[in-house]
Design a binder for this molecule. Structure first.
Ligand code: PGA
Length: 254
């Protein structure tokens, strides 16, 4: 089964307007119109329109993504951003349950599931992010945590909608720390996630679902990680802020 790899640039709360525009232009120019992998940039809300304009102007295949969404449609939710607003800005894909939202902001598994469903119901693609903390890893709980977060994150998601879901396995201890799971450890976690998807849906669906790896992916380690049979691309934080590094990671996908 060949899955087109998918690579996301998670810019987090970085850049200013001019910097976001310049980076978007650099990424779009450097990747050309057929990057080999499906590429998306996850842009801070205020810069979505600007980056969307750059993508259009350059004729790039890069997809426009947002880093979060509200599980509500509209109303008195100060500071929140709805899927209708995201769609209005040209957003095609969105992250749900990034570890910083879970562990810094305090989002629960249930809230992440509600957001994933809202994204899918609104017509957006979603990257459901899961992964264990260092403590949980040391306690041997990696697979149990991934399973808990995936079951809650995909609760009520139909097999038909799963075509628009990507899973991102991002061990929390590897995010922004310079530590990476070994390719073997990452592959084991990905294979276990794929087996879980097979048991929740079907083995055909599990074979079709992309599972990205994230956590300190850099040009120097991307090749070995992306070569693993169950790793289908990556979600890139720090290294995505440099267009050369990001391009090298995209190019490392088989
Ligand atoms: P990192 O971030 O590449 O800086 O570790 C990855 C992520 O948070 O998605």
């Amino acid at each position: 089964m060949s899955r087109t790899p998918s690579v996301g640039a998670n810019w987090k709360m970085n850049l200013d307007r001019a910097g976001a525009e310049a980076l978007a232009r650099d990424v779009c120019d450097r990747l050309g119109d057929s990057p080999g992998a499906e590429v998306a940039v996850f842009v801070p809300f205020p810069y979505l329109l600007e980056v969307g304009r750059v993508i259009r102007e350059t004729g790039s295949a890069v997809r426009l993504g947002a880093q979060d969404l509200s599980e509500h449609d509209n109303g008195a939710f100060t500071g929140e951003v709805s899927t209708a607003m995201l769609l209005d800005c040209g957003v095609q894909t969105v992250l749900a349950g990034h570890s910083e939202r879970r562990h810094v902001i305090g989002e629960s598994d249930q809230l992440v599931g509600a957001k994933a469903r809202k994204a899918l119901d609104s017509g957006l693609d979603v990257i459901l992010c899961v992964g264990e903390t260092l403590e949980q890893r040391q306690a041997g709980e990696t697979n149990a945590i991934n399973e808990r977060q995936i079951r809650a994150g995909l609760e009520g998601v139909s097999p038909g909608d799963m075509a628009r879901v990507t899973i991102a396995y991002e061990p929390v201890w590897a995010i922004g720390t310079g530590m990476t799971a070994t390719p073997g450890d990452a592959q084991n976690a990905h294979a276990t996630i794929r087996a879980l998807l097979a048991s929740m849906f079907s083995s055909a669906l599990a074979q079709e679902t992309r599972i990205q790896y994230g956590g300190s992916v850099k040009p120097g380690n991307a090749g070995e990680l992306m070569a693993q049979p169950d790793i289908d691309g990556g979600l890139i934080g720090g290294a995505s802020l440099n267009a050369d590094d990001f391009r090298a990671i995209v190019r490392a996908c088989p």
